[in-house]
Write a protein that binds this ligand. Structure first.
Ligand code: SAM
Length: 269
């Protein structure tokens, strides 16, 4: 599906925004998104594996490779949901520490998500993994982070940015909370850059995904929203420009699986 074909991509009237392919009032979107993740929280991790045939794990590993976590760093993982990025970050820093002869300096993660149900699942998963320290679970909106300015070494947001109402505001907040020299990385579903794969992916997203949602999570609408929200997310080049627009430097992106997902990196200098 080309961007021009996407329902509702025409300029939205003032005070309105999109929720998937629907146009809604701006102040309605947060509640609608919250409803989606309230509904899927308990089955979110299982659905992630099913929907992507486990590929989301490779994408998250690629995010860690690019971020290159180091002991002593403080990561803010926004839209951190059930803790996937936080666990990977801590594992990588511990591995690096174990292979180093430098004195131990523990890393920290603040997981910030707007949805208590998702955070609750994440906290339970941390306890199941024996992780009792090093992670703070904070409920908050990516557009108005409850985090001091210039306080974190790295900011990640995985599969979260497309859900926020004002992307530029969330990007500006990301830059605000980073220390000078800090790094931002967004991992998000993006726009397929390979002919034929785009057609297959469209068929999968709009035919298979909602059905999978109905069978496994008993929620077809939330998974239809997922497919629609992906199509509404800015293409790779546009997101680069918007990151530059809020002041990020050295902005680059990398496609994953032909552009089904993409990572965008930028620095606060
Ligand atoms: N990052 C996790 C992962 O990769 O598995 C979870 C991604 S999940 C698709 C999207 C998350 O974004 C949900 O947990 C949702 O509650 C959160 N979210 C949506 N809008 C948000 C906002 N405005 N601020 C913070 N979190 C938000």
């Amino acid at each position: 599906m080309m961007t021009d074909d996407i329902p509702g991509t025409a300029q939205e009237p003032p005070g309105s925004t999109h929720f998937g392919f629907r146009t809604v009032a701006e102040d309605e979107k947060v509640g609608l998104v919250r409803g989606v993740f309230d509904s899927v929280a308990g089955r979110y991790d299982l659905m992630n594996d099913l929907m992507s045939a486990g590929i989301h794990r490779l994408w998250k590993a690629a995010l860690m490779d690019w971020l290159n976590p180091r002991p002593g760093q403080h990561l803010l993982d926004v839209a951190g949901g059930t803790g996937d990025i936080a666990f990977r970050f801590l594992d990588r820093t511990r591995l690096r520490q174990a292979n180093s002869d430098k004195p131990p300096v523990p890393a920290r993660v603040t997981v910030c998500d707007i949805n208590w149900n998702m955070l609750g699942v994440g906290r339970d998963r941390a306890i199941d993994r024996g992780i009792l320290g090093g992670i703070d679970w904070v409920c908050g909106n990516a557009e108005a982070l409850p985090v001091p300015s210039g306080s974190v070494d790295a900011y990640t947001i995985a599969f979260g940015l497309r859900n926020v109402t004002h992307i530029d505001q969330a990007l500006a907040e990301a830059r605000r909370v980073l220390k000078p020299g800090g790094r931002f990385i967004c991992l998000e579903f993006s726009h397929v850059a390979v002919p034929v794969l785009d057609k297959l992916y469209d068929a999968y997203s709009f035919q298979v995904l909602p059905r999978l949602g109905r069978w496994v999570a008993k929620d077809e609408d939330s998974y239809r929203y997922l497919a629609e929200s992906i199509r509404r997310f800015p293409p790779q080049g546009e997101l680069v420009e918007r990151m530059r627009g809020v002041g990020f430097d050295q902005v680059k992106y990398r496609n994953l699986t032909g552009g089904i997902a993409a990572m965008h990196s930028g620095w606060r200098l």
